[in-house]
Design a protein around this ligand. Structure first.
Ligand code: PGA
Length: 258
């Protein structure tokens, strides 16, 4: 494969949400890993449900796939029924974790402050955080996209230093594009990514901003990944529905060959 001229190594991440049992997880990786065995210059992340994490870690041992949690609690332990800590994810073999997904914000009342606490806990545990931000349809139509992204970004990073920030991946996920089949156009997504990158530059400096990977999420499919990845501002994708099937997720990972 030709050496790409991309400024940053792309990351394709799958978010399985509340899908797949342990057996289905093993079946997925048995089918998926051979399809990406020759993939280079692309980092692959999969975030299964908590119950399937250990199977996913075992199935992807000695593969380039990094397993991520879909959420975490900020305390290391305690009376928090139903929650899972950063240390528990690390012990299970996770190397990354999603934080602040819009479904958590919308259905489970997750606030910017909670996102900031989770982010700090993930960084302290050595997990690579994938921090999700994005506006709703009403916010976009009300011309509030930048205001929302700014609030969510600053709310999440809080008082972090540039050094703390450097392992973080950002995911721009317009809520109106998630699971709706309505993808943002590559241009529109790139504009939001450019705005996020200026926020990173202002807060942490241009060098950090130039190295930060910003993924796009919202109805990414094999048929639209190439157009999205053609934008220099877009460094990868966070994929929901299309990551559940080995062939479609592999086609997205192998976007250069499509
Ligand atoms: P989708 O989900 O690809 O099914 O739209 C994306 C996400 O929620 O991360």
């Amino acid at each position: 494969m030709a050496t790409s001229s991309r400024p940053r190594v792309p990351v394709i991440a799958g978010n399985w949400k509340m899908h797949k049992t342990r057996a289905e997880t093993r079946e997925f990786f048995a089918a998926f890993l051979p399809l990406v065995a020759r993939t280079s210059e692309c980092e692959i992340v999969v975030a299964p449900a908590f119950t399937a994490l250990a199977d996913a870690v075992a199935a992807t041992k000695d593969s380039p796939v990094m397993i991520a949690g879909q959420d975490l609690h900020w305390e290391p332990q305690g009376a928090f029924t139903g929650e899972v800590s950063a240390g528990m994810l690390v012990e299970t073999g996770c190397r990354a974790v999603l934080i602040g997904h819009s479904e958590r914000r919308e259905h489970f009342g997750e606030t910017d402050e909670m996102v900031a606490r989770k982010l700090r806990a993930a960084l302290e545990a050595g997990l690579r955080p994938i921090v999700c931000v994005g506006e709703t349809l009403g916010e976009r139509e009300g011309n509030r996209t930048e205001e929302i992204l700014e609030r969510q970004f600053h709310g999440a990073v809080g008082a972090l230093t540039a050094r703390d920030f450097s392992p973080i991946l950002l995911a721009y996920e317009p809520v109106w594009a998630i699971g709706t089949g309505r993808t943002a156009t590559p241009e529109l997504a790139a504009e939001a990514h450019g705005f996020l990158r200026t926020l990173v530059a202002t807060r942490f400096g241009r060098e950090v901003a130039a190295a930060t990977r910003i993924l796009y999420g919202g109805s990414v499919k094999p048929g639209n990944i190439r157009g999205l990845m053609a934008q220099e501002q877009i460094d990868g994708a966070l994929v929901g529905g299309a990551s559940l099937e080995a062939a479609s997720f592999a086609a997205i990972v192998n976007f250069r060959e499509g």
